[in-house]
Design a protein around this ligand. Structure first.
Ligand SMILES: [Zn+2]
Length: 187
């Protein structure tokens, strides 16, 4: 990832605190700096690194909105969600590439040791917007989380069995941060 130009997505490594000072749209994890939002990298004369929203993107989400999206990527501390629609406002237009981010601290109440225990690639999730500037999402509440998932091994549909999901085809058992209405097709 180029450090001077280009678009970065949440979780992209930008550099270290020895090279840069923490600016906007950036978070620090043990001396490593990562993008917390989608945007362009901008570095000031004083070596302050910022990730700034791409100019011209209209604000389309409001705090407290519940969005439906797909898990696009899972990093160590954040899951990237491509947002498809807003609950109750399905007709509101969303820019095609709108991405939100679920930080490991906003997945559920209680400690999460590994994000991959909570989300899988291409899972459909329901999440609440908690910060519109950085598009941070939360799945902490009971009715939020994964509403549809497929088996990582055979791509079969996973069905809920108590607190876990099981594959009807190959019997694999997987864990997720499951929403109350998992598998009911309700948004
Ligand atoms: Zn399977």
């Amino acid at each position: 990832m180029g450090k001077d130009k280009g678009i970065v997505v949440p979780g992209d490594f930008l550099g270290t605190t020895e090279e840069f000072m923490l600016g906007r749209g950036v978070y620090d994890e043990e001396g490593n700096l990562y993008a917390s939002q989608i945007g362009e990298i901008s570095i000031s004369d004083r070596r302050v690194i910022n990730v700034l929203p791409v100019v011209g993107t209209p604000p389309m989400l409001e705090e407290g909105d519940v969005v439906i999206g797909r898990i696009e990527d899972i990093k160590d501390t954040v899951a990237i969600v491509s947002i498809a629609c807003v609950k109750g406002k399905e007709k509101r237009e969303i820019a095609a590439s709108t991405q939100g981010v679920i930080h490991i601290s906003n997945v559920k109440k209680g400690y999460v040791s590994e994000l991959k225990q909570e989300f899988g690639y291409l899972d459909v999730v329901k999440a609440k917007v908690i910060d519109t500037k950085t598009l941070r999402l939360s799945t902490e509440e009971r009715d939020l989380g994964v509403i549809k998932a497929m088996c990582m091994k055979c791509k079969g549909n996973l069905k809920r069995k108590g607190n876990v999901l099981t594959c009807g085809r190959c019997k694999r058992v997987e864990t997720r941060k499951i929403a109350d209405d998992y598998g009911k097709g309700l948004i």
